[in-house]
Design a protein around this ligand. Structure first.
Ligand code: NDP
Length: 284
């Protein structure tokens, strides 16, 4: 118990939760292998963006750790859209590939939506295909985008009740804000979605029992914008000098929140873990 202005919030340890889930997945993969199936993930990386290269390497490593088959197709930045589409078609047809992921961003001369839409929805482990987004919106089972799925897992595994709570989501991107809002709604939260045209953001965030921030602006949500006892999920990853900081000012928010995710070590480790989970589920 903290007293006198010290940090009161419990820290949600995304690394530890991700480790638990990966151990469960490893057991599932072993069971599948015993039946003669090895879940396979194909990753396509176009160009040589250093951040994307790191993400892809981390994905490869994570697959290996739990025994998934993975292959990475590294293509030059000059790859044409037609070449990329034909690779996607080839992978769509392969029986030993259960999941296909195209690392974003793609070079400017390629129409990213056209490429994502070419992935078979049954192999779309990133959950970005409009068919999977549509299923999420109408409440059918499909692939759910990894970061939003990871956020729900963090809440569940931290014992946070979602039903009946007021969840406020800051950010409405297709990758995070929008899908996490739909997931919270499906779990019977009352959901408010804020974005760059929301006047008086603090008015809304101060109502949140569960506050999810996915904006991409270092420490924009400060402690005075957090309701006493709220659960705060900070999705932001911002490089400030040599440090990584979230979209939430951790020290002041932790004084008011009951639980909070750190950056790094909160939402981040969950994203790849949910990709592994979707790939294992793709076998079914
Ligand atoms: P986008 O840039 O796609 O979306 C940002 C959202 O924030 C937009 O909806 C935008 O509103 C809103 N916004 C911008 N400024 C404000 C403001 N002043 N007040 C309120 N809302 C605002 O970002 P992403 O959703 O892709 O990512 C968000 C953050 O999460 C980034 O830091 C990213 O690095 C991180 N991230 C982390 C992941 C992880 O695994 N940990 C995975 C994915 C992302 P509008 O729509 O009106 O423009």
């Amino acid at each position: 118990m903290a007293a006198g202005g010290e940090m009161a919030a419990k820290i949600i340890d995304g690394k530890a939760i991700a480790r638990d889930i990966r151990a469960e997945l490893k057991a599932e993969v072993e069971a599948l292998k015993a039946k003669g199936v090895i879940p396979g993930l194909a990753v396509i990386l176009v160009g040589d963006d250093p951040a994307s290269q790191t993400y892809v390497r981390n994905k490869e490593k994570a697959c290996k750790e739990i025994g998934l088959y993975s292959e990475v197709h590294r293509l030059p930045a000059s790859t044409s859209q037609a070449e990329l589409l034909s690779l996607v078609e080839e992978l769509n047809a392969k029986d030993d590939i259960h999941g296909i992921l195209v690392q974003l961003p793609l070079p400017d001369h390629i129409d990213g939506d056209a490429v994502l839409n070419a992935i078979k929805p049954e192999k779309d482990v990133d959950g970005f295909h409009p068919v999977n987004m549509g299923k999420l919106a109408v409440g059918e089972r499909g692939f759910v985008p990894c970061t939003p799925n990871g956020i729900i897992e963090l809440l569940d595994r931290s014992g946070v009740e979602i039903k009946g709570k007021h969840a406020v989501v800051v950010g409405r991107s297709n990758i995070v804000g929008k899908p996490v809002s739909l997931l919270l709604l499906a779990r019977h939260a009352t959901v408010t979605i804020c974005h760059s045209r929301t006047p008086d953001l603090g008015y809304h965030t101060r109502q949140a029992d569960i506050l999810v921030v996915a904006v991409g602006r270092p420490e924009m949500v400060t402690g005075d914008m957090v309701k006493e006892g709220a659960v705060v999920i900070d999705v932001g990853v911002n490089r400030v000098g040599k440090k990584l900081v979230g979209d939430v000012e951790f020290s002041s928010a932790a004084e008011r929140a009951s639980m909070i995710t750190p950056v790094p070590g909160g939402v981040g480790p969950m994203t790849i873990t949910m990709l592994l989970k979707n790939t294992v589920e793709a076998v079914r």
